[in-house]
Ligand binder design. Structure first.
Ligand SMILES: C[S@@+](CC[C@H](N)C(=O)[O-])C[C@H]1O[C@@H](n2cnc3c(N)ncnc32)[C@H](O)[C@@H]1O
Length: 304
């Protein structure tokens, strides 16, 4: 059986977790004040970086030595200004003591982009200095907490159950530092809540960096993708999400208290939800702000 815990509260304080108790972190922080997800969530870029620093510090405390934290993110452009989220994240994590281990490009299919197209400008003005490419990738930045990872300490039966499918590794080209994975489209169910990452991406990271029944943490759980995949792959999972308005969506994604695997083994998974005092109600407010921005855009287009 696995234990899935969802805690509604601020992941700058992960008091429910003891030191060195987590084996893998898979997460995607908010994209600063990205216009179609988090408009106005942070007062300033520095406040956003401070969040990364404080959550990063907690991740360092709870992660087992020798294990990794994977961040799915990308620089973000707001009102024409490009914010260097990836380099700033790397700088912050290094300053906390992590080692910089890997940087993988997650390439999305052409034509599936969520944000507005920029490349049309050059078609209108086919001259130098009008080049604005459409962004079709994000980065998976992987940090390692120093210390030794010793496979010999893991029981042989667990090692066997965690064996990676080499056929799939070859077929799907996991061996490359560029991963081609279709993103979750805006039309898909969970997308209406936030920028959801694809299950396929989380699945690869869990298979590649954790053993059967170990514990995965996502400090920015969103709609619950990490916990849903962890449960399916029989890993324990702890997710922190500040917005309690996502509770129903997360509950639906994670599913009931039993899985097929557990049925076969005659065991039940445990799923627990905790709502702390510091949980907030964000989504309705953010939606209103997004709708207001879309209306303004529409009006300014009508004027032109
Ligand atoms: C980019 S979304 C994560 C999406 C997620 N990967 C998924 O597939 O649904 C980031 C999430 O972090 C949450 N968040 C922001 N600040 C937080 C904090 N201090 N503690 C916990 N969660 C936070 C936001 O509410 C949002 O749901």
């Amino acid at each position: 059986m696995v234990f899935i815990r969802v805690i509604f509260g601020d992941s700058r304080r992960m008091i429910e977790l003891s030191d060195n108790s987590v084996h893998l972190v898979v997460t995607s922080p908010p994209y600063y004040n990205a216009p179609f997800d988090f408009p106005g969530l942070f007062k300033s870029y520095d406040e956003f970086l401070e969040l990364l620093r404080n959550v990063g510090r907690e991740i360092y405390r709870v992660l087992s030595p020798g294990r990794v934290a994977c961040f799915v993110t990308q620089d973000v452009r707001i009102d024409g200004v490009l914010y260097p989220i990836v380099p700033d994240l790397i700088r912050i994590m290094l300053s906390l003591g992590f080692e910089y281990q890997e940087r993988i490009i997650w390439r999305k299919p052409e034509g599936y982009i969520r944000i507005s197209r920029r490349s049309g400008v050059l078609i209108q003005h086919p001259y130098p200095m009008y080049y604005y490419p459409d962004n079709i990738y994000e980065e998976i930045v992987i940090f390692r907490k120093p210390g030794e990872f010793d496979r010999k300490k893991i029981p042989q039966a667990v090692v066997e159950k965690s064996k990676i499918d080499i056929g799939r590794f070859q077929r799907e080209k996991w061996y490359l530092s560029v991963w081609d994975i279709t993103n979750v489209l805006p039309s898909e169910k969970w997308s209406k809540y936030t920028a959801v990452f694809p299950e396929e991406l989380v699945e690869r990271l869990i298979y590649l960096y954790s053993y059967w029944r170990e514990t995965v943490l996502d400090p920015f759980l969103g709609t619950g993708t990490t916990c849903a995949v962890a449960r399916r792959l029989q890993r324990n999972c702890v997710g922190y999400e500040i917005d309690v308005e996502l509770k129903d969506a997360i509950e639906e994604r994670i599913g009931g208290t039993k899985t097929l695997v557990s049925f076969l083994e005659g065991e039940e998974d445990r799923v627990e939800f905790i709502v702390r005092d510091d949980a907030r109600k964000l989504r309705t407010k953010l939606r209103e702000e997004i709708d207001r921005m879309l209306q303004e855009r529409k009006k300014s287009k009508e004027k032109v």
